[in-house]
Design a protein around this ligand. Structure first.
Ligand SMILES: *[C@@H]1O[C@H](CO)[C@@H](O)[C@H](O)[C@H]1NC(C)=O
Ligand SMILES: *[C@@H]1O[C@H](CO)[C@@H](O)[C@H](O)[C@H]1NC(C)=O
Ligand SMILES: *[C@@H]1O[C@H](CO)[C@@H](O)[C@H](O)[C@H]1NC(C)=O
Ligand SMILES: *[C@@H]1O[C@H](CO)[C@@H](O)[C@H](O)[C@H]1NC(C)=O
Ligand SMILES: *[C@@H]1O[C@H](CO)[C@@H](O)[C@H](O)[C@H]1NC(C)=O
Ligand SMILES: *[C@@H]1O[C@H](CO)[C@@H](O)[C@H](O)[C@H]1NC(C)=O
Ligand SMILES: *[C@@H]1O[C@H](CO)[C@@H](O)[C@H](O)[C@H]1NC(C)=O
Ligand SMILES: *[C@@H]1O[C@H](CO)[C@@H](O)[C@H](O)[C@H]1NC(C)=O
Length: 554
C-alpha cells in the first residue's frame, strides 16, 4: 500500500516497478517469488575529510566531507544507465542525496530499466548519528523525513537505510539505542503514511561476536522497533577464496536465526586481485542464499583506494576487467526458487540480547525527538541563547557545547540534561533537541550561576533571550509545562505535517563530525554525556531547579 503514489501520480503506473515486500527474513515480488538484490553501489566519492582520523578506510569507503547527489543529474544517469544494464543489476545503493534537488529523471530511468534504489537517508558530517557523542535529535529527524518525503513518490524505492556503520567498534555499541530509535520513529512515520517501504541499517563487519550481537540487537523485538532489512558490509571474500576461507559459512550460520532480511550491503574485496567475483555464485546459492538476499557490489564509481569498476571522463565511461567479470557473474546467476512466499518459514521475532561486554547497549531506547517541546523550552525556559549566525555552523556549536559544559561543570552545574547514555538507557530531556538548543540550554544554565550580561556573551556567540524567565522558579515552571506536552513514554508517531522543518531558530548541526561511513569519530564531547548521577543547581541558587525538571528519562 503506497498512498503517496496516488497523491503524486507523476508517472503512468503502467511503467512502475512492482513493490518488493518483506515477509519475515525474505523479500518477495508480487508473484510470491523471492527477490534477491543483484546490486552495485552508485555513489561518486565526495571530497574526503582532510583529517587522517576520519579517512581510515574500513571496507573501502573513506569518510567524505562533502557529497555529490548521483540521482540529481539526468545527464549522468543517462550516461551510466547502459553500463548498469550491462552489469545486470536490479538495484543500486545510493549513500547521500540532496532532498532539495529534483530526482525525477534518474528515478524514472532506473525504474524503466528495472532498477530499484536502496537509499541511505543520512548525510556526511553533521547529517548522521555521531558515534562518539550519539543522540537521536530533531535536526536529524527532520533531515531524514525531508529526504523520505522527496523519494516516497517513486515506485522503485526498495528501502531507506537509517545509518551506515554508525557503530564500528564494541566501544561505541552504546550508540546502537539511538540508531534503533531512529529506525523505530522513521518506520512509524512511513507506516503512518501508508507506506511499507523497508527500513534498514548497514553494519561494518567485525569479529563474530560483534557482528552477530549487533545484528541481533538491531533486529530484535517486535516489528515496531526492529529494522526490516539488515546489511553487512563485508570484504572477507578476496580473490580465489572459498566459502570456508572467506568465513562466509560462519557468517551465514551466525545470521541464520535473525528474523529480518539480510544482505551484503557492500562486498567486493580488492586484496588478492584480480577480483574474480566468485562470491556471487556463493551468494545466490544455498547455504548463503537461505540466509542472505543478495548484495551490493562495491563500487560502480571509482574510489581513491581502488574499489571502482569504471572510470569516467566527462560523458564517457570506460569499464574495467572487474566490471566485465562481475557482469558475467551477475548474468549467470540464477537465484534459487525453492522458497516462495507461501512456502516460506513462519515469521518469527527474537528477544533482545542483554547488555554485556560486547554489547554496551541498553534495550531502553531514547524518546521520539519532539521539536515542539524543544522549541517551547528554547522560547520560554532559557535566558541565554546562541545567536543564529553561530548556530549555522556545526563546528562552532560543537566547540561551544564542549566549552560551555566544562565551564558549567567547574561552576557546580551540569550538562546532564542535554546528554544521554545508551548503556544505562538514561536520556536527558534535551538529548532529543538540536545541537543549537542544547547549547542554549548550557549557556542559560551557566548564565544562571551568575546572571550578569557578561555571562551571556561567549565571545559574541550568545545573546540574552528577548523574553527571559525572571527567576529560576519561572524557568522551572516554564520547562515543566513544555515537557508536559510530550506524550507519556515519549514515543509516538510523527505525522507528515509535524516533521516539516519550520524554519525556526532550531536548525543547526551537531558539533562533532559524525559519519555515515567507515572510520572512527573524532569528537571529544564527553562533557555532554550524562553521568547518571544527581542534578545540581543550574539557574541560580534559589527555587525549583531547572536541572531537576530537565532530568533524565528512564
Ligand atoms: C542542496 O542543494 C541546494 C541547491 O543546490 C544547496 O543550496 C544546498 O547546500 C544543498 N544541500 C546539501 C546538504 O548539500
Ligand atoms: C582459482 O580457482 C579456480 C577454480 O577453482 C582455479 O581454476 C584457479 O586456478 C584458481 N586460481 C588461483 C590463483 O588459485
Ligand atoms: C556528473 O558527472 C561529472 C563527470 O564525472 C561530474 O563531474 C559531476 O560531479 C557529476 N554530477 C552529478 C550530480 O553526479
Ligand atoms: C550481461 O548481460 C547484459 C545484458 O544482456 C549484456 O549487455 C552484457 O554484455 C552481459 N555481460 C557479459 C559479461 O556477458
Ligand atoms: C553478549 O551477548 C550476546 C547475545 O546474547 C552473545 O552472543 C555474546 O556472546 C555475549 N558476549 C559475551 C562476551 O558474553
Ligand atoms: C564564537 O565561538 C567560536 C568557537 O569558540 C569562536 O571561534 C568565535 O570567535 C566566537 N565568536 C563569534 C562571533 O563567532
Ligand atoms: C548541518 O549543518 C548545516 C549548516 O549549518 C545545516 O544547514 C543543516 O541543517 C545541518 N544538518 C543537520 C541534520 O543538522
Ligand atoms: C553510562 O552508563 C554505563 C552503565 O551504567 C556506565 O558504566 C558508564 O560509565 C556511563 N557513561 C558515562 C559517560 O557516564
Amino acid at each position: 500500500m503506497r498512498l503517496l503514489k496516488w497523491a503524486f501520480p507523476l508517472f503512468p503506473l503502467i511503467s512502475a516497478l512492482p513493490q518488493i515486500t518483506r515477509q519475515g527474513k525474505y523479500l518477495f515480488d508480487p508473484s510470491g517469488n523471492r527477490f534477491f538484490i543483484k546490486g552495485v553501489a552508485y555513489q561518486p566519492q565526495g571530497t574526503l575529510a582532510t583529517d587522517s582520523a576520519s579517512n581510515e578506510a574500513n571496507g573501502g569507503f573513506p569518510e567524505p566531507s562533502s557529497f555529490i547527489d548521483p540521482l540529481s543529474s539526468a545527464q549522468n544517469c543517462t550516461r551510466d544507465l547502459p553500463y548498469l544494464k550491462q552489469l545486470g543489476v536490479n538495484a543500486v545503493r545510493v549513500y547521500s542525496v540532496n532532498s532539495s534537488l529534483n530526482h525525477d529523471d534518474c528515478m524514472k530511468m532506473f525504474d524503466d530499466a528495472g532498477i530499484y534504489v536502496l537509499l541511505d537517508v543520512s548525510l556526511p558530517l553533521n547529517g548522521s548519528i555521531d558515534r562518539s557523542s550519539p543522540s537521536w535529535s530533531t535536526n536529524l529527524l527532520n533531515e531524514y523525513t525531508t529526504t523520505i518525503n522527496a523519494f516516497l513518490k517513486y515506485d522503485n524505492i526498495l528501502a531507506f537505510n537509517i545509518g551506515n556503520e554508525v557503530i564500528n567498534l564494541v566501544s561505541n555499541t552504546n550508540a546502537a539505542p539511538y540508531v534503533k530509535a531512529a529506525a523505530r520513529d522513521i518506520k512509524a512515520y512511513l507506516r503512518g503514511l501508508g507506506s511499507s517501504v523497508l527500513i534498514g541499517y548497514s553494519a561494518v563487519d567485525g569479529d563474530a561476536d560483534f557482528r552477530n550481537t549487533l545484528a541481533e540487537y538491531m533486529s530484535c523485538g517486535d516489528d515496531s522497533i526492529s529494522v526490516d532489512i539488515y546489511g553487512l558490509n563485508n570484504y572477507e571474500w578476496c580473490g580465489n577464496e572459498t566459502i570456508t576461507s572467506s568465513n562466509w559459512n560462519t557468517i551465514t550460520s551466525g545470521f541464520s536465526s535473525l528474523p529480518v532480511v539480510t544482505y551484503m550491503s557492500e562486498y567486493g574485496c580488492i586484496f588478492n586481485p584480480p577480483r574474480l567475483w566468485t562470491e556471487v555464485t556463493a551468494l545466490f546459492a544455498s547455504p548463503v542464499s537461505d540466509v542472505f538476499s543478495g548484495g551490493m557490489a562495491f563500487s560502480y564509481f571509482p574510489t581513491s583506494d581502488g574499489y571502482g569498476m569504471v572510470t569516467i571522463d566527462g560523458n564517457s565511461v570506460t569499464t574495467s576487467d572487474d566490471f566485465t567479470r562481475l557482469s558475467a557473474q551477475y548474468n549467470n546467476t540464477k537465484p534459487p526458487t525453492s522458497i516462495t512466499k507461501s512456502s516460506a518459514p513462519a515469521v518469527t521475532t527474537i528477544s533482545c540480547p542483554s547488555e554485556n561486554s560486547t554489547l554496551l547497549a541498553s534495550s531502553t531506547l531514547p524518546p521520539t525527538p519532539d521539536e515542539a517541546v524543544c522549541d517551547c523550552l528554547n522560547a520560554n525556559a532559557f535566558a541565554c541563547l546562541v545567536k543564529q549566525s553561530s548556530a549555522n555552523s556545526p563546528t562552532i556549536v560543537g566547540a561551544l557545547i564542549d566549552y560551555t559544559c566544562s565551564l558549567l561543570g567547574a561552576n557546580g552545574g551540569s550538562c546532564d540534561p542535554i546528554g544521554g547514555n545508551g548503556s544505562s538507557g538514561m536520556y536527558g530531556s534535551l538529548s532529543m533537541c538540536s545541537p543549537a538548543i542544547k547549547l542554549s540550554y548550557a549557556m542559560s544554565a551557566y548564565y544562571g550561576t551568575n546572571p550578569v550580561s557578561t555571562s551571556c556573551d561567549f565571545a559574541g556567540n550568545a545573546t540574552l533571550s528577548p523574553h527571559p524567565p525572571n527567576t529560576a522558579q519561572d524557568a522551572s515552571t516554564a520547562a515543566q509545562s513544555c515537557l508536559a506536552q510530550q506524550p507519556s513514554g515519549g514515543v509516538y508517531t510523527i505525522s507528515a505535517s509535524s516533521s516539516v522543518p519550520t524554519g525556526s531558530t532550531t536548525a543547526s548541526g551537531s558539533g562533532s563530525s559524525s559519519t555515515p561511513s567507515s572510520s572512527s569519530g573524532s569528537s571529544s564531547s564527553s562533557a555532554i554525556r550524562s553521568s547518571g548521577t544527581g542534578w545540581t543547581v543550574l539557574f541560580g541558587l534559589t527555587g525549583v531547579l531547572l536541572g531537576v525538571v530537565l532530568g533524565v528519562r528512564m
